[in-house]
Design a protein around this ligand. Structure first.
Ligand SMILES: Cc1cc2nc3c(=O)[nH]c(=O)nc-3n(C[C@H](O)[C@H](O)[C@H](O)COP(=O)(O)OP(=O)(O)OC[C@H]3O[C@@H](n4cnc5c(N)ncnc54)[C@H](O)[C@@H]3O)c2cc1C
Length: 384
């Protein structure tokens, strides 16, 4: 079980997180700052190289352990988004890059000297329908020229590279719309000097997300990952792992809400007794806890199957769905338990409340998970 075999790992991450109390995260949120010191400490401790094989300088751990690392960050009151990005975006390079590409990039990503934390899929027009994306990468001699627009692309200001999905063959020249898309590594510093502009988007959480405009940005052909035209399948085959990592982050948020709420409900005395003695406070917490524990079991099952290289699509999607809903339920129970104080920033509940809401929209919305379950698990007609 995840609890026992990951105890040392959990304890190590917890110890590191204690150096970054919630005041640190509150300040980052209020000042919209990137948690530079925290990401540096996690990198130095080797946690962000968890999924990189030892031969490239990582620790070669499984998705199971990686999801525990992210869970513990969120449980400690932090936000694992940046760590998730550095830990996981490299997966496409690892699975589909050439030996030369892996040797160029992975050791630097493992030791943090290269930051690959930006991932460019979403576009204003296509939205959830990725195959309709309109950003093109046109081959011109030894480069591809990128033209188009992306939206909600996070951490561009703190990343050396962007992993980009763009169309290399026009949609009217492919037999299936999933064909003709390609994955490219974009050197962001170089791109910023040659036609890339970045427009920050203010959001309700501290996520540093942006609109990107590509005006014939050149990318060397050596930066194409895998086969031209196969990019969509490369992105798809990383999704199960990502769902399990996100489930870990949701669970971490959920346990944070439970830890804080139960402590508060025991201590806060109103009408001469602790508020936690009232079933109106106790039951929503008990119910949220039950749902978190059930989601955790599904996360464990999905992670174990994934790490044994067994089919894990159903379990990974269920884990992400259940964990994101359980964390949101816990968030609601927490804000109710704290009463007015839940809205005061110094209690951290309102910040985590905002942060955990994201998981039902991004990186994949609940509706699209439900369409996956409907179509691929329940064999119902495709709804879109
Ligand atoms: C803070 C933040 C950070 C992000 N970071 C990144 C990033 O780094 N890189 C990146 O590529 N993207 C990023 N995203 C984008 C995110 O992945 C998308 O917002 C998400 O995939 C939904 O796409 P959309 O916003 O275009 O919604 P739309 O596709 O417009 O959908 C709107 C709503 O309609 C629903 N819907 C659409 N079609 C159907 C259907 N057929 N059936 C049922 N419901 C449907 C959706 O589920 C959703 O609830 C980020 C988003 C946010 C908010």
């Amino acid at each position: 079980m995840i609890g026992e075999e990951s105890d040392d790992l959990r304890e190590g991450v917890r110890q590191l997180c204690r150096r970054f109390p919630t005041e640190y995260w509150r300040r980052c949120d209020q000042e919209k700052k990137y948690p530079e010191d925290f990401v540096g400490a996690m990198t130095e401790a080797g946690y962000l190289a968890a999924l990189i094989p030892e031969k490239y300088g990582g620790s070669g751990l499984g998705i199971h352990e990686a999801s525990v690392i992210l869970e513990e960050i969120n449980r400690a009151g932090g936000n694992a988004a940046q760590c998730h990005a550095q830990m996981y975006t490299m997966g496409t390079v690892l699975r589909h890059g050439s030996d030369a590409q892996k040797s160029w990039w992975l050791p630097g990503i493992a030791d943090g000297s290269i930051r690959l934390q930006a991932f460019g899929i979403t576009e204003p027009g296509a939205g959830s329908d990725t195959t309709q994306l309109e950003t093109t990468a046109r081959r011109k001699g030894s480069t591809y020229e990128i033209r188009g627009q992306k939206i909600f692309i996070s951490r561009v200001q703190h990343s050396d590279y962007l992993l980009l999905l763009a169309r290399t063959t026009p949609i009217d020249r492919v037999s299936r719309r999933t064909e003709g898309l390609s994955v490219l590594m974009v050197d962001l510093r170089n791109a910023l000097k040659h036609g890339l502009s970045v427009q920050p988007i203010d959001t309700m959480i501290n996520h540093e997300t942006n609109a990107l405009f590509f005006d014939d940005v050149p990318v060397p052909v050596e930066y194409l990952i895998g086969e031209e035209g196969e990019g969509f399948s490369y992105i798809l085959d990383g999704l199960n792992a990502e769902r399990i990592l996100i489930a870990g982050e949701c669970l971490g948020d959920g346990y944070f809400f439970m830890d804080r709420s139960t402590a508060y409900a025991r201590e806060r005395v109103v009408f001469g007794r602790p508020i936690g003695q009232n079933q109106g406070i106790q039951f929503p917490l008990a119910r949220a806890y039950a749902h978190l524990r059930a989601a955790d079991l599904m996360r464990v099952r999905a992670a174990e199957r994934f790490d044994r290289q067994e089919p894990s699509g159903e379990d990974a999607n269920l884990a992400k769905l259940l964990a994101s809903e359980a964390s949101w339920e816990a968030a609601n129970a927490a804000i109710q338990t704290f009463g007015g104080y839940g809205f005061a920033t110094e209690y951290d509940i309102e910040r985590k409340f905002r942060e955990t809401r994201l998981f039902q929209v991004a990186p994949i919305s609940t509706n699209l998970i439900l369409t996956y379950i409907g179509e691929h698990v329940l064999q119902l007609p495709r709804s879109y």
